[in-house]
Design a protein around this ligand. Structure first.
Ligand SMILES: NC(=O)c1ccc[n+]([C@@H]2O[C@H](COP(=O)([O-])OP(=O)(O)OC[C@H]3O[C@@H](n4cnc5c(N)ncnc54)[C@H](O)[C@@H]3O)[C@@H](O)[C@H]2O)c1
Length: 276
């Protein structure tokens, strides 16, 4: 997609972190913004920031795990602008948990938000993008969508699903010569509030256990790593440029692709799993 000026971008989880970085990058290219999120305070702050810069913005409470909420977000975008051109299914949550010990309630929550969110977004928005004359649909996966490290059970499962969803979608769109392109964002560590936000949204609001086993320590390590991570505004620029250049894979830390290669080498050579 070459021309962003005056077109409409829809971003879920767009009030914070990577989604807000995308919103800033799209606004800088002259786009109108439609943001769906759960965090009312963050949405108010985004509304104030972009309105002050004369950007046309709608913010709307939207739980991406609910199809009706994603449909309502699309309806609001179509009512305001009559078309949508870029859709980023970005909202996500993650807590470090053992695949063996994780509560089914946590599995369900993470799969509902991180995988069903992008499925709902694909279902609702691809026909609208096509009816709008073409555009681009992106979803935020993770390096955890390419390599299954330990202690992130449901997150790995959901993010692998997001990669598969966008890959099959892009193949189908190209095969039918659609004017819509798809891409997947696989970030490494980015300096956002995901750990804190995820603890807030977790069903029952239980904190990761700190019982001397691994979860509490892993949570602390992850938070420390994220704080050293890439600024989310840089990720927004990467995504906007990848959409312009019609790239499918968007990696924030491309050297990490070597770990993916290592995993594939082990599969081909002796069918073992590399340590991760
Ligand atoms: N931060 C990282 O290092 C990192 C790395 C890889 C992938 N990601 C992915 O990036 C995406 C954005 O995360 P972030 O790091 O910017 O975190 P963030 O918490 O700063 O932003 C995520 C936003 O999603 C919103 N949200 C959460 N649940 C929602 C729901 N059910 N419906 C709608 N909105 C919801 C939150 O309120 C928040 O505004 C996520 O999909 C995450 O898995 C992040």
């Amino acid at each position: 997609m070459q021309d962003f000026q005056g077109k409409t971008a829809v971003i879920t989880g767009g009030a914070s972190g990577i989604g807000l970085g995308m919103a800033r990058a799209f606004a800088a290219r002259g786009m109108h913004l439609v943001i769906g999120d759960l965090d009312k305070g963050a949405m108010q702050a985004a509304q104030a920031e972009f309105s002050a810069a004369d950007v046309d913005i709608i913010t709307m409470e939207c739980d991406v795990s609910r199809l009706e909420a994603v449909q309502a977000l699309a309806d609001a975008a179509m009512e305001r602008h009559g078309a949508v051109h870029v859709v980023c299914n970005n909202a996500g949550v993650g807590i470090p948990t053992s695949a063996r010990k994780m509560k089914l309630e946590d599995w369900k929550w993470i799969i509902d938000v991180d995988l069903w969110g992008p499925i709902h977004g694909t279902h609702v928005f691809v026909p609208l993008l096509e009816a709008s004359g073409g555009g681009h649909i992106n979803a935020t996966s993770s390096m955890a969508g390419l390599i299954s490290g330990g202690m992130m059970g449901a997150y790995n499962v959901a993010k692998h699903g997001v990669v598969a969803l966008m890959a099959v979608l892009e193949r189908e769109l190209r095969a039918k010569k659609s004017t819509v392109r798809a891409s997947v964002l696989c970030p490494g560590p980015i300096n956002t509030n995901i750990s804190r936000n995820s603890v807030t949204y977790r069903p029952g609001q239980a904190k990761p256990s700190n019982d001397g086993n691994s979860e509490g320590k892993v949570a602390q390590n992850i938070q420390a790593t994220l704080e050293q991570g890439m600024p989310p505004d840089e990720v927004g620029e990467l995504v906007a440029n990848a959409i312009r250049d019609e790239k499918f894979w968007i990696l924030t830390h491309p050297h990490w692709a070597k770990a993916v290669q290592k995993q594939l080498d082990a599969l081909v050579e002796d069918q073992t799993l590399t340590r991760a």
